[in-house]
Every structure is written in C-alpha cells, then in structure tokens.
Design a protein around this ligand. Structure first.
Ligand code: ADP
Ligand code: MG
Ligand code: MG
Length: 908
C-alpha cells in the first residue's frame, strides 16, 4: 500500500517564519511582528494563526482540521523558547491573544492579555516576580494581572458587560479612598478578582475557566468572531475595507509593564502624526499594561520623560525607531513595553496620519532621499487634499479658550454639545452640527463619531481611541482636555466653574487642542490660499504649502488626463483657472434664464405666434452673448464647453399652486387676469409626471423652434467678438440628453448653418458634440460619434437612468438601507459604479473612438472630482475630467496618482 501523505494546510506561522509582505495571510500586526523579529529587534516570541484559519472558522463555525495540532506544536516551541510552561503553577508562561487584520482597525477587534493565569499559577507568578525581593509589589502585580485577565476575557470572550467590571473596580477604589488604581494593594486586587469571578459567573453561568489551554482556545475563537462584531463591520464600511479578509490571531509571550515603577508601557511615532514635524512623539505610562495607554484610562506622560525615567531604554527605543523608519521608509507607529528596565517591541506599523502630515512627511522623505516623487505622490491622496482645503478658526477672534487638550486631529469644528453617541446621531439627522463630548471614547461610540462634526474628550493622548479613529475619519478631535469634567448621565460638563449642558455650542481646534465656548469664526485654509495664488510656496516658511506645491507640480507633470471645471459664470471660471483648470467642461446655461430674464422666458413660453416667440428670443440673444463673452474672456485660450439649455421649461415658471392662488385672488378683486391665466394654462399644459424623463434637453430644442438656434448664435457671436478683441475663444457646443444620432444630426445641421454665417473668416472654430447621459446613447455611441466632435459623459444622469433612480427621491428614501445591507459600498452618485454605469462609459468610449478616431472624451458629472472615479476615467482613456472649482486640485492630484499607480503607463 502506498503511503498517502495528506499535506496539511499550514495555519500557524512562527514570528521567525513571516515577513511584512505577508499581510494578507498574517494580518498587519503579525506580518510586522515577524519583520521586526527578523530584523533582530527585541520582540517577545510568538506565533500567528492565519487569516485563512479565521475565514475557515467563520465559514463553518468550527476550527479547521489540523489547526488545534499546529497550535499545540507552536505553543510547545514557544514554551521551550521561554523556558516556561502555560499553566505551570510554579512559573507560568502567560501569553496575549491579539487580533490583527490586513488593514489596521484600531480598537475594533479583541485582544486578551495574561492568558494562562488561574487560581494556582497566580501564586507562582507572584513568587517568580518577587525574585528581586519585593514580595508586596510582586503580589500586587500578580493579582493585577489576574484581574485584568478575567476582565478582558469576560468582556471579549464571554460578552460580560464591561461596565460591571469597571463598576467593581470603582467600588474598590472608592472604598480605599483613591482615584488611582496604583494605590490598590494585593489584598484589594485579590478581593477584586473574587468580585470579577462572581460577575463572570452571574453572566455566563459557569466558573472562570481554570484550564490555560481552554482559555487560549476560547480567546482565539473570540478574536476570530470579533471580525464580525457590529462595530468592526461599521468601521470597515466607513473605511471601505473589504468584509471578507478575516483577521489573523497573534499569540505572544507576555512581557510585563505592570511590574513596578521600573516598568511601563508606551506608544510612539517616529514623526508627529498630526503635523508631520520631525521629532519624538509618544505617550508613556509607568507601571501599566498596554491597554491602559491605548484606552486612555490614566493620563500618560510625554515620551520625552522616559529619558529621565530610564535613559538606557529610551536610547535603545530611539535607535530602534530610527531603524524602523529607515526600513519602512515611512512614519512608523510603535507599541512597546519596558519590563524592569528591559525594552520589548510589541507592535509597529506604518502609522496613520493627518492629511497635513501625509503631505509634509512625503515631502520630507523625498528631501531625505528615502523615496522619489512618484512614491510621494502615491502616498498622499485627493481625500486628504480636500480635507486641507477646509477653513480653520480665524487667528484674530476674541474668544478665550476654556480648556486646552491635545490637538489630536486637525480642523476647526463648532457645534452643539452632545454626550452620547445616540444623541449625536439624532441631532445630526436633524441637520445640526454636533460635538461629541466624552471622557474617553470607545468603539461603541463609533456611530456618534461618524455623525459628529468633532470629538472632544477629557482623557487620553494622541494615541487614544478618540484620536486614532478621528484622524482616520478626517474628523476634528481634541483629546485629553483634562480641565473638563464630563458628566455623561447628567449630560453636562463643567470647565473653569462654568457648566455646559447638552445643546450649548462649543468650538474645538484640532490643531492647537483649544476648546472654546460659543461659535468661533473660521478663516480659509492656507492650501486654498496657495492655490488661489496668494501664498508663494518658494517664499514662505510653511512646510505644508511647500509640500503641497511640490507634489501637485509633480502630479501635473505625470498626469495624462486634463482637468477642466464646471463653471457658469466668469467669476467661477476665474477661480477655477487659478486652481489649475485647463478649460470649462460644463458651462450650464440655465441660470441665464433666471432673475430679471424670467419675464422674457415667460414671453417665449406664452408666445401665441412665431413673431412673438422670435421677439422674445431676439431679446434674450444679446444677454446670452454677454454671458458667453465674459466666460470666453476669462478662459482666454482654453476650451469652453457650453451646454445648450437642459431643464424642462416649467422650471422657469412660477409653481402651479402659487399661480392658481394669484389668479383666484386677482379675479376676486376684479383685476385683469389674462396674463396670469395664460401662464397658469401653460404651466398646466407643461405639467409632467416624471419631469426628469420628460420634455427637456435636446427634446426641448427640437420642440421650441429657435431656442437652440438663439443659443448657438449667441455662443458664436461671443466667440467672434472676443477673438476680434485679441483673446482666443475655443467654444464647444454640447447638446444634452441625446439618445439617438438623429436628434443630434437635426440640431447640428441647423447649428452649423448659423455658425458658418456668424464665424465667417474670423478664424473661430466651434466644435459640436454631445453629452452621453442616456444609456441608449452609450449603447449607440458608434452611430452618435459620426455626428459628434466630442462626447462628454454626464454621469449624474447616466447613473440615474442606468439604475432607474431619481436622485432627489432615492438618496433620502432608501440609500441608507442599501449602504447598510452592503448593496452599495458607497453611493453611486458619489463614486462611479464601475460595473454598471462604468461599463456604459467604457462601451461608449471604445465604440465612439472606433467610429471616429481621436474623438475627444470627457466627463462632466460630479464624479469628475471623485478620487476613485478619476482613476477609472484614466483607465478608460478619457481625455479630461471636469469638476467643480474646489475639486480641481483633487482631480489634478488623482490624475497624477492614477498614472504612477498603473506603473506610469499610458492606458490608451
Ligand atoms: P490593538 O490592536 O487594539 O492595539 P494589541 O493586540 O496591540 O491591540 O494589544 C493591546 C495592548 O496590549 C497593546 O498596548 C499591546 O502593546 C499590549 N500587549 C499585547 N501583547 C502583549 C504582550 N505579549 N505583552 C505585553 N503587552 C502586550
Ligand atoms: Mg496595538
Ligand atoms: Mg444631465
């Protein structure tokens, strides 16, 4: 019989076996622990259970075959490396069981420390710890570790409500008359362990498990399951992390920061994650275990203090940080623990940072020769740039801060104070801007943080939950403002003798950490000032503006897509031009029919014969011509795409109800109502059940003789007059809502006649093209291209019509539900639906170009300024995107990034 060896799937990796490339399999934490291990850094030994094991567990509800055995094998070698055994009553090995997914999800999933302690080994742990002589301290340490285990295990593995443990701890502190858990002695903590066990029993109906291997197995399961915890799901949706990655589980030999004053734990950044400035940034907490720092439970000291407390460890840490930064070539964030003067590295990763820090650090790393400009461009993004274009508090305001915390995530936010996540969500839904105020946040506050304009906490450093999550979301956050006494049950806080209640307005500055009562006036961002041309990057000492300038310049040299803007007025056009717009991709003509021109439009609509209609159009012509002249002059030398009138005509008339009332009132008074009645009749006649799908766009132009002709004439005449005055006008006439080539041909035939007549030998060239915004147009693009000199994708309408959504109705009615169910990852109006709407774009681009090589292709929907959509339009090979003026820099940046991310290749 042949020996058939079943090759067992490898589910467990020793730290020495992994590396940082294996994030998919080992998660970020595991991959980086392996990387540090292999760099020879002091990492406690351990092993990683793969994301595949997690996925298998989540799919079947049971550990996959072979996993238990592999864990046993790796545990045995861990025991051997440490010279201790899990559960040994004399000298127990303790381990932590830590979640760690591919993408960092701070505080979202579970970690259990001190696994392996039980009623017997707690005594052994104490005996081992007292080898130095301090028996009281050792006892304290051992019982502190045990109570932490029961607490974390109870909460995360057995779903015991965390507050119960916290209340029991508060009770002991109160009995002792101290606010500080360090004042509790071994007896207090032993008592606490008893109390915790009772709580555990009450909620689970069983005793706290004494078997270390059972503790380990249950903790591993709990970490697997924490992948699907509600808050983790919510966080992934917010951060657009795929739902099917699973988490790895790291089992790490414990090192102890709570062994006394010569021990401690901390977090550090190799540069300031808020500003990007070089230096030493971090928080340290003596005599504590790691979760105390991250949870912001006690106020930490700045990392610099460690130099005084433990110079040797401090120097070693600084050396390691420099080494890690050189190795990862980026800002690193680090967790470490010092056990009796011995430094241990517990985690590193490329650190999250604010938008400003992202630009500044990318610029610095280029200066330092660590990365090139392509890489710098890759490391920033349009969402960050957009964030930097928000206003900040004015410098000259008269408000005095009432408190100063840590500027944890920049920006300026004002709003009504709320104290609970639920209330934040409620008020935000009513359109209020709110500031969520908490002592500290925890993952249960996530909904409120999403809803809030800003977050203010009274405890915790730059690395507290509030700080980390707010930075990730781009929300303003001030943390650790400890002058503020927060009282959540009474929904109030007290600061400097003043009481602030729910609904009062406060302002927080996430850069300086200052907190103000009332609404502080804001000022524009310096990045905007730079784009506007009022800050010269070469001559000011502003690291951010210089970095933005440098990276934007590089993006411009790299991008293939041109960036235009949507602008309807000369002022908008001028601003967009300063922001770098290379033309107008959409000039709407609707507003040119409003205001005091309404009367002319009414005359046009009510015209009883050709003469009346022609008179109204003739009166509109010079007004339109002046509008276009202004825009052409501003865009001197750059193309301007003018869309012929698009909305249904009734939008220019008063609403039906109002007219009906006017007529009735006037009749009552015996006034002459002929004009009003005619208007009313016209509105009734024009009423449509589905105006979005009714008489608008090209359809209107074909029904109302002379309307499009007047616009075409105004455009051509304006171009000629601007050109005669020495500027260069490049008009492109765009016909909206075309679904069939015949529509376009009809409009075009008339337009060409007018253009030829007006332009004469002036040298002006007028292009005629069409929007592609009706699915049929996309599907017959080959035919339409025969009659169009350019296509511009109107992705708003295209999205509405492809999905059958009426945007105004659906966004409020059910999009939230679709997002909740994961039918959308993001609204298709925000970011292009690549599979459906994007496919229509692709088909139209390909078939259009096949029919007319060199056909100019652009997009003018709101998607033109959305980062992900810009990448898509680059891939499809469009010539330009057009977006609102403020989005122009974002589109420029993303168009450059699209090139470097596709390996610098031109996708056409
Ligand atoms: P998170 O992902 O929420 O930061 P971690 O798995 O990093 O969770 O662990 C939580 C805290 O416990 C961190 O401060 C970490 O440094 C600390 N910690 C984890 N494992 C150990 C260990 N083996 N020894 C000492 N502290 C640990
Ligand atoms: Mg961590
Ligand atoms: Mg449209």
């Amino acid at each position: 019989m042949s020996v058939q060896e079943t090759v067992e799937h490898k589910y467990v990796y020793d730290f020495a076996e992994g590396n940082r490339e294996l994030k998919d399999l080992l998660g970020g934490k595991g991959a980086n622990l392996a990387e540090m291990t292999n760099l020879g850094l002091p990492v406690p030994p351990g092993f990683t259970i793969t994301t595949e094991a997690c996925k298998a567990y989540l799919a079947t509800g049971a550990e996959p075959d072979g996993l238990a055995g592999q864990i046993a094998t790796h545990l045995a070698s861990l025991e051997q490396a440490m010279g201790k055994r899990l559960g040994d009553p004399e000298d127990p090995l303790l381990v932590s069981v830590r979640s760690g997914a591919k993408f960092s999800m701070p505080g979202m999933m579970e970690t259990v420390l001190n696994v392996g302690l039980n009623d017997r080994s707690v005594v052994g742990l104490s005996a081992q710890a007292s080898a130095g002589g301090d028996q009281a301290g050792a006892d304290r340490f051992a019982w502190d570790s045990y109570r932490r285990l029961i607490q974390m295990f109870g909460k995360t593995v057995c779903e015991v409500p965390g507050e119960e443990f916290e209340h029991a701890l508060d009770d002991v502190k109160r009995a002792k008359g101290t606010p500080n858990d360090l004042d509790l002695d071994a007896d207090d903590l032993r008592g606490l362990v008893d109390a915790y066990k009772k709580i555990f029993f009450k909620h689970t109906g069983r005793e706290f498990p004494q078997s270390p291997r059972e503790q380990l197995d249950l903790a591993i399961r709990a970490v697997f399951e924490s992948w699907n915890a509600e808050r983790a799901i919510l966080y992934r949706r917010q951060e657009r992390i795929p739902a099917d990655l699973g988490t790895a589980v790291n089992v790490v030999a414990m090192v102890f920061g709570n062994l006394g004053p010569d021990s401690g734990t901390g977090v550090a950044f190799t540069r300031d994650p808020a500003s990007g400035a070089q230096g030493i940034y971090g928080d340290y907490l003596a005599n504590a275990q790691g979760e105390d720092v991250v949870a912001g439970i006690r106020n930490t000291v700045p990392l610099q203090e460690l130099e005084r407390l433990d110079k040797k460890s401090y120097d070693e840490l600084l050396g390691i940080m420099a080494r890690l930064e050189g190795h990862y070539q980026d800002l690193c964030d680090i967790e470490f623990t010092i056990e009796r003067g011995k430094l241990w590295m517990l985690q590193t990763r490329v650190g999250k940072r604010t938008a400003a820090a992202a630009f500044v650090i990318a610029g610095q790393l280029v200066d330092e020769g660590l990365i090139d400009l392509d890489e710098a461009l890759h490391r920033v993004n349009g969402a960050q740039l957009a964030q930097l274009m928000f206003p900040r508090f004015r410098l000259d305001h008269e408000f005095q801060p009432v408190a100063k915390g840590i500027g944890a995530s920049p920006g300026a936010a004002s709003g009504k104070v709320v104290f609970t996540s639920a209330r934040a969500v409620e008020l935000a839904a009513e359109g209020e801007s709110v500031i969520l105020v908490r002592r500290e946040t925890n993952p249960d506050d996530l909904n409120g943080m999403i809803a809030a304009q800003g977050i203010l906490t009274s405890r915790g450093g730059k690395t507290s939950h509030a700080a980390v999550v707010a930075r990730g979301m781009g929300k303003t956050c001030v943390s650790g403002a400890d002058e503020i006494e927060v009282n959540v049950p009474q929904r109030r806080f007290v600061v400097g003798g003043q009481t602030v209640v729910e609904g009062d307005v406060v302002s927080i500055d996430g850069t300086t950490g200052k907190v103000y009562l009332g609404e502080v006036p804001v000022m524009p961002s310096e990045v905007v000032q730079y784009f506007e041309g009022s800050l010269d990057p070469e001559h000011i000492d502003n690291a951010l503006v210089r970095a933005v300038h440098r990276i934007m310049t590089h993006a411009d040299t790299r991008r293939r897509l041109a960036v235009r803007t949507n602008a309807d007025t000369g002022a908008d056009a001028a601003r967009a031009r300063r922001f770098g717009a290379e033309g107008i991709g959409l000039c709407r003509t609707e507003h040119m029919f409003l205001g005091d021109r309404r009367e002319l439009v009414e005359r046009l609509i009510l015209a009883r014969d050709n003469a009346e209609r022609d008179a109204a159009l003739a009166a509109l012509l010079p007004l339109q011509r002046a509008d276009f002249e202004e825009i052409f002059r501003e865009m001197d030398g750059l193309p301007v795409t003018v869309r012929l009138i698009d909305p249904p005509l009734h939008e220019f008339l008063p609403p039906l109800e109002q007219l009906a009332v006017n007529v009735a009132v006037a009749q009552e008074r015996g006034e002459d109502v002929a004009q009003e009645e005619a208007l009313l009749a016209a509105v009734r006649r024009m009423h449509e059940e589905n105006p979005m799908l009714g008489l608008r766009g090209v359809r209107l132009g074909l029904v109302i003789p002379g309307l499009f002709a007047m616009q075409v004439r105004a455009i051509a005449e304006a171009a000629v007059s601007v050109t005669r005055s020495g500027a260069v006008a490049k008009p492109e006439i765009m016909v909206p809502l075309v679904g069939a080539v015949q529509e376009l041909e009809t409009v075009r035939a008339e337009a060409e006649k007018i253009i030829a007549e007006v332009v004469g030998d002036s040298g002006v060239e007028v292009l005629i093209g069409t929007m592609i915004e009706v699915p049929r147009a996309a599907l017959t693009a080959g035919q339409i291209a025969e009659a169009a000199q350019f296509f511009s994708f109107g992705t708003n309408d295209l999205t509405q019509m492809a999905w059958g959504f009426s945007r105004d109705d659906v966004e409020g009615a059910f999009f939230w539900r679709y997002l909740e169910l994961g039918i959308f990852g993001i609204s298709p109006f925000e970011s292009i639906d690549r599979d459906g709407v994007g496919r229509l774009v692709r088909i139209a681009a390909e078939e259009g170009r096949a029919a007319r090589p060199g056909l100019k292709l652009g997009v003018c929907g709101e998607h033109g300024g959305d980062p992900d959509s810009v990448h898509f339009f680059h891939e499809v090979g469009l010539d330009y995107v057009s977006c609102s003026p403020f989005r122009v820099p974002v589109a420029r940046l993303e168009a450059g990034r699209a090139v470097v991310e596709t390996g610098g290749s031109d996708s056409r």
